[in-house]
Design a binder for this molecule. Sequence first.
Ligand SMILES: Nc1ncnc2c1ncn2[C@@H]1O[C@H](COP(=O)(O)OP(=O)(O)OP(=O)(O)O)[C@@H](O)[C@H]1O
Ligand SMILES: [Mg+2]
Length: 422
Amino acid sequence: MLQYLQQLWETNSLSPHGICLLWRPELIWTHVAADSLIGLSYYSIPLALAYFVSKRSDIQFGWVFWAFAFFILACGTTHFFAIYTLWVPDYGTEALIKIVTAALSIFTAIALWPLLPKALAIPSVDTLRQLNDELTRQIGERNAALAALQAEKTERLKTEDMLRQAQKMEAVGQLTGGIAHDFNNLMTIVIGNLERLEDKFRDDPAIARSVKGAMAGAERGAALTQKLLAFGRRQPLASRRINANELIHNVADLVRRAVGDDIAVELELADGLWPIETDANQLENVLLNLAVNARDAMPQGGNLIIQTRNVTDPAIAETTSASGPYAMLTVSDTGTGMPPDILGRVFEPFFTTKPVGEGSGLGLSQVYGFVKQSNGYIDIVSTPGKGTTVRIYLPRAKPQVEPAADAPAYPAGLAGPLGQPG
Ligand SMILES: Nc1ncnc2c1ncn2[C@@H]1O[C@H](COP(=O)(O)OP(=O)(O)OP(=O)(O)O)[C@@H](O)[C@H]1O
Ligand SMILES: [Mg+2]
């Protein structure tokens, strides 16, 4: 072996490669130029590969790049050595360099084949783009589903809130109605007996004065009881088929007088408004109640608009849970409006923001009770600083059996004696 290696480096009997080329300059320098360029290129490629692999730590099969780098480095060295052997016959070292190059080539060549299936399994850029698009689509769908879920949750919370409010009003209404009913009977007895006393002591001024005072108090109590009965949906309703437009026309003068000259009252009444079946006196009372509230909300004056409209619109049903055909009565003002915390409580009996002695807080409670008792719906929209709109939906009256016996229009003069508003 030693002898073999010694012979490998024995150069005395050898001549440089240039001799084979007869030292012809064009051959020598063309070889030198070509080998130099190949060698330099081969040396630059491993540098690029090494730089790439070191920067991309995520790259798969990084070792293959290193195998290529060493293999190409060895190839480059063989070319530089070919230049050297043009003048120096060191063919032993050249052979060893070729052996190393061969080993690296064989290793790279063999290692490359098993790698092919794995390399082919790596998704192409196109596949990755498609997957990315699909992923983006799925994220979009998921975001839309989340938004829908959120909207549904908000809607559910709103509905739950409305339900809680309705249950509260129902409970308070039942309690109030029950108490008011009994109280009403007691007031009837008190007033009846006071009337008898009034008759009996007509000639005794001192007693007559006391009885009169007691009577005034009892009548106030009775009026209060009536309001509570209305809220508790226990007031007797004298329902008839009427046209709300005509009722509004008839009550308009009273409304104008109630709100004063600083407030302009406008009527926007829909043609062909559906008839409703309700207690006309109570409905007038409702309009006056709302008008007085609007007046109080517009101390500097403003506009009060009373509108009517037929409603079957499901969008309206959504906000009010009203779904059938309704005649809608709207009372809007350009007053102070209400913040949400007040708006949420306006139907509660005795809730008022007015100074003591100016408001009983029973006006809207009465309106609420009447509308509910009439199988209708009420809602209020209010914006602080802009105004308030109260919408009342009363069910359309059932078609009459005999068309000829069409119910008389709301008779003029029914705007007669009204309950005290508010
Ligand atoms: N149009 C409106 N604009 C602004 N706030 C209003 C309006 N209507 C009602 N409110 C508010 O709702 C509260 C309750 O009204 P409601 O009619 O039940 O009682 P009141 O007007 O205070 O007293 P009452 O009607 O018994 O004289 C009022 O005190 C007021 O704060
Ligand atoms: Mg009021």
